[in-house]
Design a protein around this ligand. Sequence first.
Ligand code: PMP
Length: 368
Amino acid sequence: MTAHWLAERTKCFDASGIRKVFDLGSKLANPINLSIGQPDFDVPEDARRAAIDAIEGGKNGYSLTQGIAPLRAKLQDRVDVAYGHPDRELFVTSGTSGGLMLAILTLVNPGDEVIVFDPFFVMYGALAGVAGAKVVCVDTYPDFRVDPEKVADAITPRTKMILFNCPTNPTGAVADEADVRALAELAADRNVVLVSDEIYRDFCYDGPFVSLAQFNPQTIVIDGFSKSHGMPGWRLGFAHGPSAIIEEMIKLQQYSFVCAPHPFQWAAVAAMDLDNREHIDAYRRKRDLVVEGLAGRYELVAPRGAFYAFPKTPWGTGAEFVEKAITEHQLLIIPGGVFSHRDTHFRIAYAAPDAVIQRGIEVLRAMA
Ligand code: PMP
């Protein structure tokens, strides 16, 4: 009889869609797992060694709230070279998720509107809801292009924030430079906060990554090491933007996360010197495997980044198609309705060994 204890904010989102897939999957002996949004490569050895050294060297207390100085300095150097903004401060967060939560709680008031692009990363709707915001979706079907004109139409006097993610989870879309620039300029023009989730920035297969921050110096960038360095369990991210905003985010971190995991911050210093191009090249080939494997059988916008593909179901809703894939073929994928107001597609995460991807493609070809 404790249900009435729950705060209203727990009712503004629902995690059952993904949980259902994981529950069904946990009963399978030999699943073909293309459901997990994390790299299939491990943390590089030098970074693992640096983590062990940090733990054995007693770096197990709290760190400074904003992160250890060597990591901040190294990240700040990169950011300064990339953007050259006179006012761009940086701090270390507990994962990209931690940075997103701090940004939203620092900037969004109850009743504000937050624009997201549908389909979107599941956490965005939940976090905006927790802050009491109204989530306004800008539809990007069928090509998953972020159209600045549609965004302009969605802006109202209550719009506080545009939450943008590129390369995109769940579609693998990468916005064109012209659209990124137009979105950046629109936000500046209409005085709307831009938050840019750049966690997949290294995973661009067909051209260089372009950031909103290149065109709008007020952009708040949220980034992290989970995907680029194969360390999602180490909970390391960073955020940078105008110092007046970043200072407030640090203040909130002090009273919530306290600091990012201390020994792993030392490992991240080492990880930043390591080259992950080999992994990116491997993932480009995996992307090609998926695109070629589904060609002719599925409607698929060829992904240009991250490690996801988002094909249209050949029959049934996303939920119906995925249920059959799991129960009859042991193939774990995620229904599009988890990420979207439509349930017409499904997400493949191809951060998996080639043999698993091949098995998945065979099943999908047969199911179509
Ligand atoms: N943003 C996006 C778009 C993601 O896909 C993820 C992870 N799936 C995150 C943020 C969270 O990453 P982290 O592990 O750094 O919290």
